[in-house]
Design a protein around this ligand. Structure first.
Ligand code: ADP
Ligand code: MG
Length: 285
């Protein structure tokens, strides 16, 4: 029984649809997915494909118009569990500046806890722990507006972490950052996933980020069109292009070379793997 409980998905989306009021077509249609404990799931899709709407269904910011969402067994439509659901599934959004509410980093991270009514003596250690987890303990007393975009996003992540969620949902949280900030935020969240076992839903349009997920979903017109491990998904170059998505640069090059008759293996994702494959060609020639 215990074992069975542990294997149940943390989030289970069952045939969910969602339509905005007055909209002609639903923004999310008949989506089913499950997120396992400790999993790092990336969600891809062009603008307007329904990614943000799906994200908001995951922690009861929106309720499905059809189907249901279970978070750790709790139905998001169950108002009595709203607080537990929001505490379990933390969200980080795109614009770091819209998420900062205080004039000092540690106050900002404490904000959610204060709202939750966490006792004052418990707040400080939790804030410190959360800042440590994102590598910003040295900035506890800094003014958020002095930080880089990537650091601000890590403050936002810390604010969510302080609530001790089981799942982090990040909706294009690297979209407004420079390449360094992007890497910084991505690697922080990837590490939290690996080391702390926090499950992650990583919404992005950067293929290189999705390539590092455990599993990738690709959406189009509100529906999930493709799903699989990055190596499997990104080897389906033509299908991805049909739904308006690209593949990581190394995978695209590998595909082009294979099409030109060069003997390159399938499943290449990174520049390093590409280099290795090309070197092997050279040795075999
Ligand atoms: P994505 O995050 O993939 O860009 P969204 O979930 O934001 O996609 O949008 C999905 C669809 O829903 C789009 O057609 C978009 O125009 C529409 N939409 C998004 N937000 C709203 C809203 N607040 N009201 C009405 N329609 C919306
Ligand atoms: Mg969006």
């Amino acid at each position: 029984m215990e074992e069975k409980k542990q294997r149940a998905p943390l989030i289970s989306v069952e045939h969910c649809s969602f339509a905005y009021e007055g909209a002609e077509a639903p923004a999310v249609r008949d989506v089913s997915l499950s997120l396992q404990q400790g999993e790092f799931l990336a969600v891809l899709g062009r603008n307007g494909s329904g990614k943000s709407t799906l994200a908001k269904l995951l922690n009861a910011l929106y309720l499905p118009t059809e189907g249901r969402v279970l978070v750790n067994g709790m139905d998001t439509a169950d108002e009595a569990r709203l607080w537990d659901i929001r505490q379990c599934v933390g969200m980080v959004f795109q614009n770091p500046d819209n998420q900062i509410v205080a004039t000092m980093v540690e106050e900002d991270v404490a904000f959610g806890l204060e709202n939750m009514g966490v006792p004052t003596e418990e707040i400080r250690p939790r804030v410190q722990e959360a800042l440590h987890a994102v590598g910003l303990e040295a900035f506890a007393q800094s003014a958020p507006h002095m930080l880089s975009g990537g650091q601000k996003q890590r403050v936002a992540v810390a604010g969510v972490l302080a609530m001790k969620p089981r799942v982090l949902v990040l909706d294009e949280s690297t979209a407004m950052l420079d390449p360094m900030g992007r890497r910084d935020v991505f690697s922080t969240v990837r590490r939290l996933n690996r080391e702390e076992g926090i499950s992650v839903v990583w919404i992005t349009h950067f293929m290189e980020e999705a390539a590092q997920a455990d599993r990738v979903l690709a959406m189009q017109d509100g529906a999930i069109k493709m799903e699989g491990a990055p190596r499997v998904l990104f080897s389906q170059v033509e299908r991805l292009r049909e739904i308006g998505l690209d593949v990581p640069a190394a995978a695209a090059l590998a595909h082009a070379l294979r099409q030109a008759g060069v003997d390159i293996p399938e499943g290449i994702l990174t520049p390093e793997e590409m280099v290795e494959a090309v070197c092997r060609l050279h040795w075999n020639a």
